[in-house]
Write a protein that binds this ligand. Sequence first.
Ligand code: PMP
Length: 407
Amino acid sequence: MSVLNINAIRDDFPILHQQINGQPLVYLDNAATSQKPKQVIDAVSDFYQQDNANIHRGVHQLSQRATDAYEGARDKVRQFLNAASDKEIIFTRGATEAVNLVAQSFLRPKLQAGDEILISYLEHHANIVPWQMLCEQTGAKLNVIPMTQSGELDLSDLDNLLTSRTKMLAIGHVSNALGTINPVKAITAKARAKAIPVLIDGAQAVPHMAVDVTDIDCDFYVLSGHKMFAPTGIGALYGRETLLAAMPPYQGGGDMILSVSFEQTIYNELPYKFEAGTPHIAGAIGLGAAIEYMWSIGLDNIAAQEHHLLQLATDKIRALPGVEIIGTSANKAAVLSFMIEGVHPHDVGTIFDQDGVAIRTGHHCAQPVMAFYDIPATARASFAFYNNEAEVEALIRAILKTQELFS
Ligand code: PMP
């Protein structure tokens, strides 16, 4: 039994109360993007209705209120990740932009032909392609930590993969395709013992569990707001202050400067050096509100409710003949990838939608994982704490109906 009052929580999410094809919406596509509680929607709406102004530059009251709200949100992200200083939190468009920022601003100036970047088989394309582009630009080599049949990282050869030429280890915290939770703290310790910087892609971790970058001791940690109940178009990069301070800016423009003349520009201090132009002020405020909301539910309660739903759905699916779960690690966040024998995942998704059950089908921007299993796609149900047991039942009914249609 959950300690949470899920019905009351669901009342916070207006979008959940609708019908799709005459059936109640069952939203199980949370790994693609999460829904937003009215506390977040109101924070964004209130900002535009009461405080909207550009930040940092104005002496008038609206500008000061907007600046306070924006910087207040930054401090919430800092607390949320347990970073030491607000200077270590850079607002970005999302996890993707944060990885690109680190690739281009931190690593590119250091990288030489023959150097190596280590990622893993389980990565989302956002934590593959920016490093691949960097390899093309510099002649560096991309190495990959292999995976096992259960969808976990095969770390047996990690010591040898972390070579004297490895200049970066970039690894996901939670796999978006399979849900596997990677042992990022132990992996980070191994890399840092060899003075190799570590970036962790936390896009799929932060919606589900408490994350402490000081404890993990990573150098960079990236997240996307929209996966954690905040608006799209806002995310954050945590970076160790000493590293950020030494990095050149990622983009040039207003707000990231202290002074500009045609002869010389002096860059602003952290974190503003990395926030060129007018940022997504309302988005950052929405992210702050989402963090407040998650705190009000309790991060441990969120993890417990999702674990319960994942376990329930896993047990029920395992009992069904002709359905295979892809990714069977015992250490998973709320993602369930599966295949129904004889049915293409896209057909699965379409049939589910007829009954209002929203799941994702496809390669989940993790094509190497699909290639590993030699499948084109999976059907993926992903849970949030606002999902309930009745929705797990709806998922099972949709699977049975699909099987019946294709029998
Ligand atoms: N990493 C992972 C593990 C993800 O699941 C996603 C989003 N699917 C991203 C990175 C990229 O996030 P965004 O598209 O919000 O930048």
